[in-house]
Design a protein around this ligand. Structure first.
Ligand SMILES: [Zn+2]
Length: 443
C-alpha cells in the first residue's frame, strides 16, 4: 500500500522532530571511552523505547555491560519476504566542556532556528528524524514496503565494542535477512551556488589502525656519552611519521567525487594533486583530503621517569587510517618510516568498507533528494573516520552514510562534529524527515 500512496504531509513528524532532538540531547550520553565514567545510554534507550511504545512499536533493549544499552526494533514491511533495511544510529556522544560553549551543551536549547547541543549533528539528529518518521507512520497506518530494522546503539564514539560490535557478535539474529543499511555522515549538502548543491553520500569508510610504537635501547646515566638512546630513536620515528604526507590514491568513490566536483565548479582537477582544487570546498576539504590517501598522525608520547636517567624504552601511539584495499600498502609505508630499532603493534584495528554508488537503493536516495531540492546533485564520497558501518558490514550489508540534511551555504558543518556549539538547523531536520519518508517508501 505504501508504494502507491502519495507521501503524507508528515505534519506531526515535522512538527515534533526538533523537540524530540532537544529532549534526547538533554539526556547526557557522554562516552568517555571508559564504562565506569560513561553515562546515559540506558536512559536514552529507555526514552526511545517509550517514544516507540506510545505509537505501538515494540522494541528490545540489549545491554552488553551494565548501562551500555542498545535498542532494536523491527517494523514489519508490506513484503516480509524481501530483505530488510537497517537504519542504525548511535545514542552516545563525545564529551563537551560547558565552559567553551555559548549554550549548555546538554540543554537542547532551540535558538535562532537551530537545535543546539552535543549530539545535534553526531548523531541524535538522525536518531530523531528516524524516530519522528516511524512515529508518524505508525499513527497513520503506513507500512514500509519491506522490513525496516532500527538499531539505536551504545558506544559508537569509542569503537562500538559495547554497542554495534556486541549486537553483531551476540544478537546477529536481530539483523537476519537485512541486506542494506543507512546511517550517519552522509546525505548533507554542500552549496556550490544558489541552484546547485552537492549531497555527499557516504559509500566508503577508511579502516582504523591505531598502533603503539616502541623503541628499546640501552638504559643509562643521563650525564654519560650515550649513543643508543630509546627516546632519541622513538622521537626520530615519530617525527618522520608526523611530517610525511602519504601518496594520493584515488579509490572509485573519490574518483567519482572529484569528477563531480570538477564538473559542478567547472574547474580542472589534477588527480595527482587534487588538494589545492578541493580547498575551495571549505572546511569539509580537511575530511575530503584525508580520503585521498592513507593518513597517520602521532598522538601520544610516553618515556622516562627522571631527568638524569636514560630509560630503556620509549613509546608512542599513532592514529593510522587506511583506504579500502590499501591496508598492506599502508603497513609497508609505516614500516619504512619506523626505521631501525622501533617496533609497532596494533592497539585497535578495524576494517575499511566500501560499496558502489549504484543500484536501486542509491537511485531511491537520489530521487528522494531531488524531489525535495531541485538543485540537488548527489555524489559518493569516502569518510575519513569510522562508524558502526564497520560492524554491520560484517553481516553482509551494503552500508551507506545517508542522514539527509539541506544545510545553509555558510554553515561550517564539518567543524560541528565533536565541535564546540554543535547545532543543527530546525529546517534541515524537517527536510531530512521528508527525504527519509520518500526514500523509505520507495525502498
Ligand atoms: Zn557519529
Amino acid at each position: 500500500m505504501a508504494e502507491t500512496t502519495a507521501p503524507a504531509p508528515l505534519e506531526r513528524a515535522q512538527a515534533e522532530v526538533a523537540d524530540l532532538l532537544s529532549e534526547l540531547i538533554r539526556i547526557d550520553t557522554t562516552n568517555t571511552g571508559d564504562t565506569t565514567t560513561s553515562v546515559g545510554e540506558r536512559k536514552a534507550a529507555e526514552w526511545v523505547a517509550g517514544k516507540l511504545d506510545e505509537v505501538g512499536i515494540d522494541s528490545v533493549i540489549h545491554e552488553s555491560e551494565k548501562g551500555r544499552a542498545s535498542l532494536v526494533a523491527r517494523i514489519p514491511g508490506a513484503d516480509r519476504e524481501r530483505p530488510g533495511l537497517l537504519i542504525h544510529g548511535h545514542l552516545d556522544v563525545v564529551p563537551a566542556d560547558k565552559r567553551e560553549w555559548t549554550v549548555d551543551p546538554f540543554s537542547g536549547e532551540q535558538r535562532d532556528g537551530y537545535v543546539w547541543g552535543r549530539g545535534a549533528v553526531d548523531m541524535k539528529d538522525m536518531d530523531c528524524m528516524t524516530l519522528a518518521l516511524v512515529r508518524d507512520w505508525a499513527r497513520t497506518g503506513t507500512k514500509p514496503p519491506r522490513d525496516v530494522v532500527l538499531a539505536l546503539v551504545a558506544d559508537e564514539e569509542a569503537g562500538g565494542k559495547y554497542g554495534a560490535h556486541y549486537l553483531v557478535d551476540h544478537h546477529a539474529d536481530l539483523f537476519e535477512n537485512v541486506s542494506e543499511a543507512i546511517s550517519e555522515v552522509g546525505g548533507f549538502s554542500l552549496t556550490v551556488r544558489d541552484d546547485l548543491r552537492l549531497y555527499l553520500i557516504q559509500t566508503a569508510e577508511k579502516g582504523l589502525a591505531w598502533m603503539r610504537l616502541t623503541a628499546q635501547a640501552r638504559p643509562g646515566h643521563g650525564s654519560f656519552v650515550h649513543d643508543d638512546n630509546a627516546v632519541t630513536q622513538l622521537a626520530a620515528a615519530v617525527a618522520r611519521i608526523g611530517s610525511t604526507r602519504l601518496p594520493t590514491v584515488l579509490t572509485p568513490p573519490m574518483k567519482q567525487f572529484i569528477e563531480e566536483v570538477s564538473d559542478a565548479y567547472g574547474i580542472e582537477i589534477d588527480v595527482d594533486h587534487p588538494d589545492e582544487a578541493l580547498a575551495r570546498l571549505g572546511s569539509i576539504s580537511r575530511m575530503i583530503g584525508a580520503a585521498l590517501r592513507n593518513t597517520v598522525n602521532p598522538t601520544m608520547l610516553d618515556a622516562g621517569y627522571k631527568t638524569n636517567v636514560i630509560p630503556g624504552t620509549a613509546s608512542a601511539t599513532i592514529d593510522g587510517r587506511f583506504l579500502y584495499g590499501q591496508e598492506e600498502a599502508f603497513e609497508a609505508q609505516i614500516d619504512e618510516l619506523l626505521g631501525e630499532g622501533v617496533t609497532r603493534e596494533y592497539i585497535t584495528h578495524d576494517q575499511a568498507v566500501e560499496t558502489t554508488f549504484d543500484g536501486p537503493l542509491v537511485e531511491q536516495m537520489v530521487t528522494a533528494l531531488k524531489a525535495e531540492d531541485d538543485g540537488a546533485r548527489p555524489v559518493p564520497f569516502t569518510m575519513s573516520g569510522g562508524t558502526d558501518a564497520k560492524s554491520f558490514e560484517t553481516l553482509g550489508m551494503r552500508c551507506f552514510g545517508f542522514s539527509p540534511l539541506r544545510l545553509p551555504a555558510d554553515l561550517d558543518f564539518a567543524g560541528l562534529f565533536h565541535g564546540i556549539d554543535e547545532r543543527v538547523p530546525v529546517e534541515s531536520l524537517r527536510f531530512g524527515v521528508r527525504v527519509l519518508d520518500r526514500f523509505l517508501r520507495a525502498s
